[in-house]
Design a protein around this ligand. Structure first.
Ligand code: AMP
Length: 501
């Protein structure tokens, strides 16, 4: 009997005595990881977990937490990780929506989460940053072997709630096939092997740190330097033992801000990958100048796993997200009519493939709205493809500004503003305007006194059509971001909503 996802990833190296995880608490071999996931699976089943039941988890990153993810899949369950930053009222929504059979939380959160567990009749276990807690206690006396439950490619493996910067978070239903197929394509595209050591400093409640990184490394039998979180000091301390790193753009800008981050520190590294938010072309160029290495930028989303990547061999173009991954049907289509766009025209990215999720958990209307009749998923990302097939993201459809009936793509304005001397970065948003409907506003991050609103208006004048030029410019010390490095435009729109009232 096979378990489609587990057999191709963690299960593949189950008996290997090679190191899988290097952690601050010590090294963990594949065989020890397998024994731990067996014990955790035994504990889950003893607590009443049946196939297809959800295991909702809000816990600090640790090797044990990753073993819990593997254990849930082995037991035929559905893994449901939750951002460690979610507050009790937010958790109430996720827990009541997903109705997990088992909830795993940090011991310090028990008082908040026990009432939620009671409300839906779930069993609550605790797990702390070092793998201790009631879950470890329940697993300790169980056998170190577990008969992995059979699961097919179309069975559900995980539900990941989208970060949902506007509206309600939606639970993306991902199958064994969705996860396994994407890991295989990425391993191939990025040439990962069992000789690789990935520097892992991302959170594991999000698709980037959990699936892109861990599934891929589990599949190829490589190892990970598995750190609780990113810091420049930790990155520099561990980098000598790594071959590769995955990060959000903020990791790269913070590394570049340190004089200790030098070409010599990276010379042995095979690959730096960036994703989850746009990497400024400027960051790409600075990184290349400092290290001689071209960061490989890729693009994906919770619902679809990874979609495009710059090539491993060949030109890694700054400001682009590269080409569609093998096996993915991708088109750029007019947002309204669905007509396919020509190269150079802006439209919405739509795609089909084994990587694409099965719809939103118990939201049939949202699911129906998100797919075209021929099965293509509508990402909501506005993009343009050049003659060589490289794709550049120009914004989200809901970030698109309509001013005086004309469409403005924020990225076009931002890239000009970002080039102004003294500007760190910018976010261009639309805010309500009595005359134009929406007005273009540039929020510019810069050091005190480094740049004035006039510098910005002067810089775009003559380079952008009048309707695209910012009607107001605000200088701020920094832009608000979520934990994956995405600029929170919804929050900015709220802050500046009354600018023209
Ligand atoms: P999430 O589901 O949290 O991973 O967010 C997915 C969204 O992040 C995508 O729909 C894009 O808007 C954005 N995104 C991911 N990678 C990139 C990238 N390399 N460049 C620009 N936007 C990105």
């Amino acid at each position: 009997m096979s378990n489609h996802f587990y057999d191709q990833t963690f299960g593949r190296h189950a008996d290997s005595d090679r190191i899988f995880l290097h952690t601050e608490d010590g090294d963990i071999r594949f065989d020890a990881f397998t024994a731990q996931s067996a014990q955790l699976a035994n504990a889950l089943v003893a607590a009443g977990l049946s196939a297809s039941d959800r295991v909702a988890v809000q816990a600090e990153k640790s090797a044990s937490l990753l073993a819990l993810c593997a254990a849930t899949m082995r037991a035929g369950g559905v893994y449901l990780p939750l951002n460690t930053g979610y507050m009790p009222v937010e958790l109430d929504y996720f827990i009541c929506d997903a109705r997990p059979a088992i909830i795993i939380a940090d011991p310090a959160a028990t008082a908040n989460i026990q009432p939620l567990a009671d409300k839906i009749g779930a069993t609550l276990f605790t797990l702390d940053a070092h793998g201790n807690g009631s879950l470890a206690a329940a697993a300790a006396d169980t056998p170190k072997v577990f008969e992995t439950v059979a699961r097919g490619p179309d069975d559900l493996a995980a539900i990941l709630y989208t970060s949902g910067t506007t509206g309600k978070s939606k639970g993306a239903r991902l199958t064994h096939r969705n996860l396994a197929s994407n890991a295989a394509v990425l391993a191939d595209t990025w040439r990962f092997t069992d000789a690789d050591v990935l520097l892992h400093m991302l959170p594991i409640y999000h698709t980037h740190g959990l699936f892109v990184a861990c599934n891929l490394m589990a599949m190829v039998g490589g190892s990970m330097i598995f750190l609780p979180k990113f810091s420049v000091a930790a990155a520099l301390r561990w980098m000598p033992r790594a071959t590769s790193m995955m990060g959000v753009p903020t990791f790269y800008t913070r590394l570049l801000a340190s004089d200790d981050f030098t070409g010599a520190a990276t010379r042995h590294m095979r690959l730096f990958i960036s994703g989850s938010a746009p990497l400024l072309a400027e960051t790409h160029h600075q990184f290349a100048a400092r290290t001689g290495q071209a960061i490989l930028e890729r693009y994906g989303m919770t619902e679809t796993n990874m979609i495009t990547s710059n090539p491993y061999d060949g030109d890694r173009r700054a400001g682009t997200v590269g080409l569609p991954l093998a096996g993915i049907d991708l088109r750029i289509a007019d947002a309204e009519t669905g007509t396919i766009c020509a190269d150079g025209e802006i439209g919405i990215i739509e795609l089909r493939g084994d990587n694409v999720f099965q719809g939103y958990w118990e939201m049939p209307d949202k699911t129906a709205e998100s797919f075209r009749d021929d099965g293509f998923f509508i990402t909501g990302d506005m993009a343009v493809r050049d003659a060589d097939g490289y794709i550049s993201i120009v914004g989200r459809d809901k970030d698109m500004i309509i001013s005086g009936g004309l469409n403005v793509y924020p990225r076009e304005v931002e890239s000009l503003v970002d080039d102004v001397a003294g500007v760190i970065e910018s976010a261009v948003i639309g805010v309500p305007h009595p005359d134009f409907g929406e007005a273009v506003v540039a929020i510019v991050a810069a050091d005190d006194g480094a740049v004035s609103p006039n510098d910005i208006t002067a810089a775009v004048d003559g380079k952008l059509a009048k309707f695209k030029q910012p009607k107001a410019v605000r200088i701020v010390p920094s832009l608000p971001r979520n934990s994956m490095g995405k600029v929170q435009k919804a929050a900015l729109r709220q802050t500046y909503a009354a600018l023209f009232a």
